[in-house]
Design a protein around this ligand. Structure first.
Ligand code: SF4
Ligand code: SF4
Ligand code: SF4
Length: 322
């Protein structure tokens, strides 16, 4: 069910709700080129999402399977020369899709469980890419990685292992503020891929760096899962720069030959194997790729509410009426 009629009211409604700067988009497609999911699959174009928002095609927007392919890494927003924030439009479109019944709440819980389990797959891929290429993944292997907890074989930690690290490591730890972390966990709460500490948890990485457990850190596949979204840094009340710490530790891991120098290139190739599988799994779960009817009346009601919202300049007009 498509309206196929641009709506200035809904366009303003989307921008009023997101403050994403959508009208500033000049369709340069820098975001498409930067998006890691798009680079791996060719199936997620933030620029297309912005165009729908700018045309006020809300019904089309909330039915797009692509809004559920996004991993919320914010690379699109970081690269945009005009400061447009496509990830905010995607977040809004998801909320609207849920509110208008395009996707039912039970499916959303399964979706987030799938996304969390996919981090195990990324971990396994990173573990292989530390020293070799990832070969095509069989169905059996995919499900085994997805469904089983990550178990990393590590030597036991002794007190003599503490507070190690060369000058470069200590400089990285100092300048990123890792030593003033008081392990409150704000970084972990804000991180879109944190949840299972054996897979990835920025607080664990900061704490391990603080303790000078260099081998433990620089050998860990977890280091390569960070999306560089910077939420950990923005959320830290102690001003620890978590994203910068992880990025510099990755470089130290390469320079110290804990991992192969081609790891980033290998990971990019590996993502072309595992991300299409994730998107297929999302399609199977949500069933949006063939189109699914929303309640047009609800959307028409929203159009009236959007007009009221704009007239009074007050979000409560919409919230109260829902
Ligand atoms: S990078 Fe910015 S201006 Fe360019 S297409 Fe994407 S959102 Fe639009
Ligand atoms: S937030 Fe990341 S995954 Fe989502 S559209 Fe932007 S670049 Fe792509
Ligand atoms: S930048 Fe921080 S919040 Fe974002 S994925 Fe990396 S650790 Fe998590």
């Amino acid at each position: 069910m498509f309206l196929r009629k641009p709506s200035a009211v809904l366009r303003k409604y989307v921008e009023g709700a997101t403050h994403a700067g959508s009208p500033l988009c000049w369709t340069c497609s820098s975001c498409d080129l930067e998006c890691p999911v798009n680079r791996a699959t060719g199936r997620l174009r933030p620029q297309k999402i912005l165009r729908l928002a700018n045309l006020g095609l809300l019904e089309e927007l909330i039915q797009l399977p692509e809004i559920w392919y996004c991993q919320l890494c914010r690379r699109c927003s970081q690269i945009c020369p005009n400061g447009v924030q496509p990830d905010k439009v995607i977040g809004f479109a998801r909320e609207e899709a849920l509110r208008l019944g395009v996707v039912v709440p039970g499916k959303i819980q399964q979706y987030y469980a799938l996304f969390a389990a996919f981090q195990r797959v990324r971990w396994q891929a990173a573990a292989i890419c530390q020293h070799a290429d990832l070969e095509p993944v069989s169905d059996r292997q995919w499900h085994r990685w997805l469904e089983n907890p990550v178990i990393e074989s590590r030597p036991p930690i002794h007190s003599s292992d503490l507070f190690k690290g060369n000058a470069a490591f200590k400089t990285t730890v100092d300048k990123t503020g890792a030593t003033i972390c008081f392990t409150c966990g704000e970084c972990s709460s804000g991180c879109p891929i944190s949840g299972d500490r054996d897979v990835f948890d920025p607080r664990v990485i900061v704490r391990t760096a603080m303790l000078g457990l260099t081998g433990e850190l620089l050998r860990s596949p977890s280091l390569w899962l960070c999306l560089d979204c910077r939420r950990c840094t923005e959320g830290c009340s102690q001003t620890v720069k978590g994203h910068q710490l992880i990025s510099e530790l990755q470089q130290l891991a390469i320079e110290g030959r804990f991992v192969d120098a081609g790891i980033r290139w290998r990971l990019a190739k590996a993502y072309k194997i595992i991300y299409p599988r994730l998107l297929d799994a999302v399609d199977d779960l949500l069933g949006l790729q063939h189109g699914q009817a929303v309640r047009p009346r609800a959307l028409q009601a929203d159009k009236r509410l959007a007009a009221e919202f704009l007239q009074h300049g007050c979000a409560h007009a919409v919230a109260d009426a829902l």
